[in-house]
Design a protein around this ligand. Structure first.
Ligand code: HEC
Length: 457
């Protein structure tokens, strides 16, 4: 509503001058904000042809004014994020003013915008193929296919990942990539899961854990061999990095990195979407890593959720009744998160000086409607780290703050991070918490780095 009012005011004041036209005003905005995904070799139809693009004027203005394009889930006005691709209110107002003026065409050649998205140079240390020597044909019987591939981390000395870039092989079918790490102790278990399904990889909608383990018979059979095995798989893997269309390589916040032990396995979750490219395979997707042998502040993407929700078939802790909506909240102290990290990294708790929260990342499945991540400071002041008024599973990502939130060790106990999810269930079946594509999750992932004093020797 606010946007519409603003747009109207802007249109009136601007019309008195000359209204925006396609070639002079709109094309440069499209070149700057849309071409990275709307190009011949990218994930959606191309805006390279001006005539075609002009004819889409009404569709463009409606998606832009509803903030559906460019796809950026974060509501404006809460935080400043790194690499924010969303349009400013003033840019949106220009699109609306263009429509109000009757879509004037203007003179070709008057635009001075860039024609393609600038791609920075990403100097990497380690490159890994997702499907070495193989190719994968996404499932053709459904639009979306989530497939996980298990890959060995190649370094045989401890190191830190400090930056990541994904180069999808076939952008016509690769929609999204999420990379998880599995510690050496559990790596064989994940390899075994891959061997158990036909073809490369396994189906994995929820995260790194296979879909089929959400089905009671499969889960029971698995847990006869590995008691409590599904929860072990879930707790044992952690989110490393991700790629979404429009993203290039990125370095993690300066002087931070995620520790990687030799023998760690990587699980790459590829989200394939083959409606625009039936029959096409993915053969040469690859990943590039910046790696450092030491960093100042070790970091990891820590989950905020309630594990019991994933066991809802057993404990009914997350239930969305048919035709209804439901709200779930998980809330943890930063002390709890820091403690989890210190144990994981095997660091003496006495060394902890401060914790830095660098990002928020909401995760739900398809019944998610909206969600929020909030931070409550020891003073009781609460701030919104991320608000997603309209959830869309396709565009989940890290939202990294320009300024991290930093708390000294003594305050961590009273600083709290919370994730709040609202689900809507339009079906006539109960929706329960779990991993499967018909089940729900409510989780935040925040990149947290620890400031440590020098170890005592
Ligand atoms: C990060 C990638 C990305 C960016 C940036 C992007 N789009 Fe899209 N767009 C898509 C994809 C993918 C689709 C196909 C539908 C989907 O998957 O949501 C799409 C669909 C559309 C559609 C079809 C209608 C619809 O809602 O599906 C329009 C119109 C559109 N985009 C306009 C734009 C405009 C205008 C911009 C820039 C202001 C833009 N897009 C920026 C990825 C992007």
């Amino acid at each position: 509503m606010r946007i519409l009012v603003l747009a109207a005011v802007f249109a009136v004041t601007h019309l008195a001058a000359s209204p925006p036209d396609f070639h002079g005003d709109i094309r440069p905005l499209i070149d700057q904000h849309c071409i990275m995904c709307h190009a011949e070799d990218s994930i959606s139809f191309s805006f390279a042809d001006p005539e075609f693009t002009y004819r889409l004027g009404p569709a463009i203005v409606s998606t832009v004014s509803e903030r559906r394009m460019p796809p950026w889930l974060a509501e404006p006005g809460h935080q400043q994020y790194v690499e924010d691709i969303s349009l400013s209110d003033a840019d949106i107002a220009r699109f609306v003013a263009w429509a109000d003026a009757g879509y004037p065409l203007g003179a070709p050649g008057s635009a001075n915008g860039v024609r393609t998205a600038p791609h920075g140079h990403f100097a990497y240390d380690v490159a890994i193929d997702v499907l070495p020597g193989q190719s994968y044909l996404p499932r053709q019987d459904q639009a979306d296919d989530y497939r996980c591939f298990v890959i060995d981390w190649p370094l045989d000395e401890s190191a830190y990942i400090t930056g990541f870039r994904a180069a999808p092989g076939n952008l016509q079918v690769v929609h999204h990539l999420v990379l998880f790490a599995v510690p050496p102790e559990l790596a064989d278990r994940f390899r075994e899961l891959e061997a158990a399904e036909e073809g490369p990889g396994y189906q994995c909608f929820g995260a790194a854990v296979p879909d089929r383990l959400g089905i009671p018979e499969h889960r029971e059979a698995y847990e006869e061999r590995y008691p409590d095995g599904v929860m072990e798989l879930h707790r044992g893997n952690y989110w490393l990095a991700h790629w979404a269309p429009g993203m290039d390589g990125y370095s993690f916040p300066a002087d931070t990195g995620i520790p990687m032990r030799p023998g760690t396995a990587l699980v790459v979750q590829m989200h394939y979407y083959s409606v625009f490219a039936p029959g096409q395979t993915d053969a040469d997707s690859r990943m590039e890593f910046q790696v450092s042998s030491q960093v100042e502040r070790p970091a990891i993407n820590v989950p905020v959720t309630i594990n019991a929700w994933l066991e809802s078939r057993r404990n009914r802790s997350m239930v969305v009744p048919p035709g209804q909506s439901a709200r779930y909240v998980a809330d943890v102290s930063l002390q709890g998160l820091a403690g989890y990290m210190l144990r994981l990294f095997d660091i003496d708790p006495e060394r902890l000086e401060a914790a830095e929260v660098h990002s928020a990342n909401l995760h739900m499945h398809r019944f998610g409607a909206s969600g929020r991540i909030t931070l409550t400071e020891p003073t009781g002041r609460r701030e919104v780290l991320l608000s997603v008024p309209r959830w869309d599973l396709n565009w989940q990502r890290d939202f990294t703050f320009v300024e991290p939130k930093v708390f000294p060790a003594a305050q961590l106990e009273r600083a709290r991070l919370a994730v709040e999810c609202v689900f809507e269930n339009p079906t006539d079946e109960y929706v329960l918490g779990g991993y499967g594509s018909d089940e729900e999750m409510c989780m935040n992932l925040s990149y947290v780095a620890l400031r440590l004093s020098k170890p005592e020797d």
